[in-house]
Write a protein that binds this ligand. Sequence first.
Ligand SMILES: [Zn+2]
Length: 221
Amino acid sequence: MNGVGETAVGTTAAAPLANVTGGPSVQLPTAFGFFTARAWTDEGTGVEHLSVTSPVRPESAPLVRLHSECLTGDVFASYRCDCGEQLEQALTLIAEHGGTVLYLRGQEGRGIGLANKIRAYALQEGGADTVEANEQLGLPVDGRDYSAAAAILHTMGLDHIRLLSNNPIKGSKLAAFGITVEEMVSSEVPSREQNRRYLQTKRDRMDHRLALLEDQPIHQS
Ligand SMILES: [Zn+2]
């Protein structure tokens, strides 16, 4: 079991999208560059998401990062995972090349929530890997649902994208919602001593495309 299977995928018909509503587009100057931001509400769950966009160069499909909320990584710059550094890299790349970071809230710990993620960390300190820890808690290894993300992308006109991700499952789940992923663009950041086992598990048990680079400068396409 590698985390696939919560969503029935494989039919040619697009899976049902969430009902989302978008608010106004506002300016968002940041340390990474100038963006426009828009909040989105999933009317079914009440969860609010944020799109952060830089104008797209017309020559290629827009670069899109679906970033799952990770409070410890994104806000506190935790080295237990690579989320914070991936978010920084995505904002830097998208400021330069154009595209959208879609920040998906309610996806802590691959969908298990903040408190359960911290419980899983405690089990990992006892020897479990990130997959085993979720399983020991009786929780899905990857419970993330992309129906709201896909609905937001469709509403934004982002039907054909280049997906900034190391996770092929994310690409196939988006495809089930009628989003054409023209290319998977690596979002790998150098590993650290503190997150190497976590990243090895993602590579070996969750099919993430990771070379496990160590302390090398990051080069993007
Ligand atoms: Zn994280």
